[in-house]
Design a binder for this molecule. Structure first.
Ligand SMILES: Cc1cc2nc3c(=O)[nH]c(=O)nc-3n(C[C@H](O)[C@H](O)[C@H](O)COP(=O)(O)OP(=O)(O)OC[C@H]3O[C@@H](n4cnc5c(N)ncnc54)[C@H](O)[C@@H]3O)c2cc1C
Length: 443
């Protein structure tokens, strides 16, 4: 560690605390007695940071073996530290793929289950939890417990989306998707304003398994909600190139950029150039799966563009069909408060999953990257008030600043989650900086 600086544990947004990860191929040995296990640290806020005063957490990334892969039944059993990147590139040549993937491949399976991740296909496939058939955990009491929908279902449901607070996830079983080719057939076009964006998402959801819209978060007035529609499906063999895709490795941002590099002007310029790079009319093409599912991975360490102060992401889901106009009111409030965002992504969500704290519910999810400024906490609190008023909820994997009273008010399932924890960890040995902040766990 240069200059004797203390080792740090950080979230993807840059929030960090002194601490280190203990890693081993045998996760259960290092995790025993520790309050938390982390994966690849791609959660943005404080969910993978230890509670105050604790400086060691378990790291799962060395426990990354595929234990059984049955292509005939499309079933996988693997250790929780296996990365999505390694799994995806093992499955693609075999005509298989994980049924749900988030917007980066640099996550572990354990992190995916703990956050109950959703992907561009949430409207048809739900979250990853829907496809998990069994979990093996090291509980707070030091026991190794297998759970599923049939065995200890309370533990199973609390663990899916439970942000690591029910046990150290050691192994999991997953049902996989069969795919006709390893390439994606994609269609893109610009959308001019929010009504068109929401209509394009709803219309695309009828025929397309993967849909998402990128928004120009600085557009306001009549242009509020303008952006780009992206939809896709796996290409059929006759549509796909004859050669298989290879994993891509892009350039890296070498160091944290100075704070002034990212300001309203540069964000405005980026948004304008990015939008102009898409056609006004629908364009169809066959694309590499990595470019389709994980475009941000094209630049490694892209979070360094936010400089030393870092950033936070605010992601919420708003029940648009129950409260028409909720997304417009939210975006207008973000724009009014100067929440200039490099990246704003919206996506329609389907049915709520089984996980007791799982994020998605029917409605529209909005994710905004917000550079850290002096007023970021106040901005997040104001946005959380809008979410609360609209009957929505926030995504724990992204959060660092929402207040406990706000979270409790938007989360009626907390009592059921607490009951599962009372049974499996009454002393709250398993906890994180986030659970201390939001759930009132002991510091
Ligand atoms: C660029 C980018 C795009 C993203 N896109 C999406 C998206 O489209 N959809 C989506 O849902 N999410 C998305 N995310 C969020 C990401 O999928 C989640 O934060 C995920 O949990 C990260 O996995 P990880 O292995 O890095 O976990 P970490 O960040 O290390 O940990 C996240 C949580 O999981 C817990 N955890 C991890 N491993 C274990 C284990 N073995 N046992 C018990 N608990 C464990 C941790 O305690 C923590 O609470 C994105 C993140 C990034 C950086």
């Amino acid at each position: 560690m240069p200059g004797g600086a203390k080792p740090q544990l950080a979230g993807w947004g840059g929030l960090s605390v002194p601490g280190r990860e203990l890693r081993s191929e045998r996760l259960e040995e290092v995790a025993r007695g520790l309050p938390l296990t982390r994966g690849l640290g791609r959660s943005y806020g404080d969910s993978a940071l230890p509670p105050p005063g604790v400086t060691a957490v378990a790291g799962s990334v060395r426990a990354d073996r595929i234990l059984a892969l049955d292509p005939a039944r499309a079933r996988l059993r693997a250790e929780a530290g296996l990365s999505l990147r390694d799994l995806a590139w093992t499955l693609l040549p075999r005509g298989l793929f994980p049924p749900v993937v988030p917007g980066t491949q640099f996550v572990t399976l354990g992190g995916m289950v703990a956050a109950d991740v959703h992907g561009k296909n949430h409207h048809v496939a739900g979250t990853i939890g829907r496809h998990v058939t069994g979990l093996r955990l090291l509980t707070a009491a030091g026991e190794i417990v297998d759970c599923s929908r049939e065995r200890s279902p309370d533990l199973f449901r609390a663990t899916i989306g439970g942000m690591g607070l029910t046990g150290h996830l050691l192994e999991l079983e997953l049902a996989l998707d069969r795919i006709p080719s390893p390439w994606i057939l994609q269609e893109t076009r610009r959308v001019a304003h929010l009504d068109e964006t929401l209509a394009a998402l709803a219309e695309s959801a009828r025929d397309w398994p993967f849909t998402v819209c990128w928004l120009d978060a600085l557009a306001s007035g009549r242009a509020l909600g303008r952006g780009v529609l992206i939809r896709g499906r796996w290409a059929e063999p006759g549509e796909a190139p004859g050669t298989p895709p290879r994993p891509l490795r892009g350039p890296a941002v070498p160091f944290r950029l100075p704070g002034f590099a990212l300001n309203d002007l540069s964000v405005r310029l980026f948004n304008a150039v990015y939008r102009a790079s898409f056609p006004a009319r629908l364009r169809r093409s066959v694309v590499h799966p990595q470019k389709f599912f994980w475009p941000l991975d094209a630049v490694r360490h892209w979070n360094r563009i936010y400089g030393a102060r870092g950033f936070t992401q605010f992601q919420c889901v708003l029940p648009e069909s129950e409260r028409p106009g909720a997304v417009r009111r939210f975006l207008a409030e973000a724009a009014r408060r100067g929440g200039s965002s490099f990246l704003c992504v919206i996506k329609d969500c389907g049915a709520e999953g089984e996980g007791l704290l799982s994020f998605p519910r029917p409605g529209v999810s909005v994710a905004l990257d917000l550079p850290m400024r002096r007023d970021t906490r106040a901005l997040v609190e104001a946005l959380a008030d809008v979410v609360l008023a609209e009957g929505g909820r926030i995504y724990l994997a992204k959060d660092a600043f929402v207040r406990a009273d706000q979270f409790r008010a938007m989360e009626p399932r907390l009592a059921a989650f607490a009951r599962a924890r009372d049974r499996w960890d009454p002393e709250r040995r398993l906890r994180s900086a986030q659970s201390v902040r939001l759930l009132g766990d002991p510091a």
